[in-house]
Structures are given as structure tokens and as C-alpha cells.
Design a protein around this ligand. Sequence first.
Ligand SMILES: [Zn+2]
Ligand SMILES: [Zn+2]
Length: 138
Amino acid sequence: MPQYEGQCHCGQIAWTAEIPEERHVLCHCTACKLMGGGEFTLNQIIPKKNFNLTKGDLKVYSYKGDSGNSVDCYMCPNCASSPYHHQQIMGPDTIVIRTGLLKGNQKWGQPAAEIYDKYRDSWLPQTAENSFPLGPPS
Ligand SMILES: [Zn+2]
Ligand SMILES: [Zn+2]
């Protein structure tokens, strides 16, 4: 399985991740926009065991997802780059990794899907093969 390296902006944390499906899923939800400062984030669902923190410690920020379950966002305590988040509704063994922070992802090409597409800004065209108005329950 392909392994990728990631690093936060300040360099205090670093990680590796094995990615089963080398495709981005764009998320246009409000939380992604507020935390990322952009119109969407780049994601993929992977087994938690595929993520390996190789440097530093992560801080956790949690909020309630649509289902009422916690969404735990793991980030660098210094610069707030976030390698992944854990939606508790998905169970303990699955995380959502931010594929945009993985080195070498440029070769992946066209995204696989866009979720929360009903919140996509009107000036931004759909770029993925598939589009879903909402996402899996968070
Ligand atoms: Zn950092
Ligand atoms: Zn989102």
C-alpha cells in the first residue's frame, strides 16, 4: 500500500500514512471552511492503524457533529495544521485524513467525490466525478 509523509506548517509534528485509495474527497461543509480558511478541504477515509505520528504530539479540538456525536480534530498545538479528524460515529478504527497535507499527492489527479456539495460556492465548478449534497453522517 502506498505510504505518504505529512508535516505541519511549523515542523513540530510529522506523520506517515498508508493510503488505500489515492484520491481526494472534497468537503465543502461549514466546519471545514471555518477551520481551514478555504472553500473546501481534501480528505480520504482510512483505517486508524494506517496513520503513524512520527514527530511531536497532537492537540485535540472536539465539536458535535450533525448526529450529536463528537468529531475530534487532531492538530499541531503550535501552528494548528490538522493531519486528521475522527468522527466518533464512524467507530474507533476509522479516521478522516487530510490528504491535502500529504507530500506527493499532486499525482492523484481529479478528485473522486465532493461532499456537502450544497454548500459549494457558486463561483466554484464541480471538479470531482461524483457529487453528494450532504456527506456521511458526522
Ligand atoms: Zn505545526
Ligand atoms: Zn467538511
